[in-house]
Design a protein around this ligand. Structure first.
Ligand code: HCA
Ligand code: CU
Length: 380
């Protein structure tokens, strides 16, 4: 899988996150950071949502960012008219297609959906900008309905069709199958949007790409409605594993951490400990067996190279699980000369201390220094 594009929706889906309130300045900062990171598209809240949303959308369009700017609207001519006034490079249209949403949300039938979709798409296209049509709750929609809608919008020249797992119910195999089927039906690009209610959002995005999808929606740290969507960092990590050179050439990877910190602060959350790439322990090695191998060759226990992301590796030698090879390496860094037997002795001391409580790096350094002084004075 190579050649995918990111539609970064922190400023749309992410604004639907429980804690999110972005003022104009914050939106601009986030948009700038995302563009510097190198995402291909930035999706922004509908200008039909509120006056401020309308003004902010226009403002971001005028920043001259490298990323293309999209806005996201209901499948409705009133919204489309507002959207094209803002200066966006493209418009993402969405409408619910599952029987749940048709019944409890907008109440329209498939014939009506196709008719309106075609009208809105033709209008947006007539303004010379990109247009995408997506169904909402695609995985609980009738397949025959879905395919007839997608066929109809493909015929009128939509740039992309979208599949959305709005409720986070889909699994990777279902995703692969639906995208594969759709790939055989339409000739335009295929965008996918996955919620993470059951923990599959990154895996689903990957399977969608394997099946022929071209665009993936993400948000920074995954923020969005409920527990959110595919995380930007998670998708980057997943794709790096497949093709590091390609991912490095497309994105400014060391900038990921800044974007995440910026968004985390704006919505008052912290970066999760187990976050791919930037979680505080993402490159920490602890067990003696791991530390030894890592010191010999980092690829033994690291699939991502920390230096490619501006991160550094940390070997935790202050636990009872530590091993003498790791301790030896630390002694060498401190330029404390010791024989292997001496290193093994001091390792046992560290383990004994660590049986009482975990020793910090500076605790360990003190133990090493005191021990070293002891052997030197013994030799005098
Ligand atoms: C929603 C809409 C959406 C749209 C996805 C898309 C979803 O907030 O319910 O346009 O690709 O998850 O269905 O975010
Ligand atoms: Cu969504």
């Amino acid at each position: 899988v190579s050649n995918f594009k990111i539609i970064e929706s922190t400023l749309r889906e992410g604004e639907q996150f429980a804690n999110a309130f972005f003022d104009t300045e914050t939106k601009m900062k986030i948009a700038q950071a995302l563009s510097d990171f190198g995402v291909e598209y930035i999706e922004i809240t509908s200008p039909a949502a509120s006056q401020q949303s309308y003004d902010d959308c226009k403002r971001i369009c005028s920043m001259g960012l490298k990323s293309k700017i999209l806005t996201h609207i209901r499948c409705h001519m009133d919204d489309a008219r507002k959207a094209v006034e803002t200066g966006v490079d493209g418009v993402d249209i969405v409408i619910g297609t599952s029987s749940f949403l048709r019944k409890y949300s907008h109440g329209k039938d498939i014939t009506y959906i196709i008719k309106t979709a075609v009208e809105v798409i033709e209008f947006v296209k007539s303004k010379g900008i990109e247009v995408r049509f997506s169904s909402e709750d695609s995985f609980r929609s009738d397949l025959v309905d879905l395919l007839s809608i997608y066929r109809a919008v493909d015929k009128v020249g939509v740039n992309r069709v979208g599949i959305a797992d709005t409720v986070g119910c889909a699994n990777p195999r279902q995703v692969y199958e639906l995208v594969r089927t759709l790939r055989g039906v339409v000739s335009c690009d295929i965008e996918c949007h996955f919620h993470d209610d059951s923990g599959c959002a990154v895996a689903n995005a990957f399977c969608a790409l394997e099946a022929g999808a071209t665009h993936i929606d993400t948000s920074v740290l995954g923020i969005g409605e409920r527990n959110g969507i595919t995380t930007l960092g998670g998708l980057i990590a997943r794709m790096y594993v497949v093709n590091p050179e390609y991912v490095k050439s497309k994105y400014n990877l060391p900038a990921l951490r800044e974007v995440e910190n910026l968004v985390a602060e704006a919505v008052q959350i912290s970066v999760p400990f187990n976050n791919p790439i930037t979680g505080f322990c993402a490159f920490t090695h602890k067990a003696g067996i791991h530390a030894k191998a890592i010191l010999a060759n980092p690829s033994t226990y690291e699939i991502l190279k920390p230096e490619d992301f501006g991160m550094s590796r940390y070997i935790d030698i202050g636990s009872r699980l530590t091993g003498w090879n790791a301790v030896k390496s630390r002694a060498e860094q401190l330029e404390l000369e010791m024989t292997d037997d001496e290193v093994k002795d001091v390792t046992n001391k560290i383990k004994a201390m660590a049986d009482l409580r975990t020793q910090s790096m500076s605790d360990v350094d003190t133990i090493l220094r005191v021990f070293h002084r002891g052997i030197k004075s013994g030799k005098l």
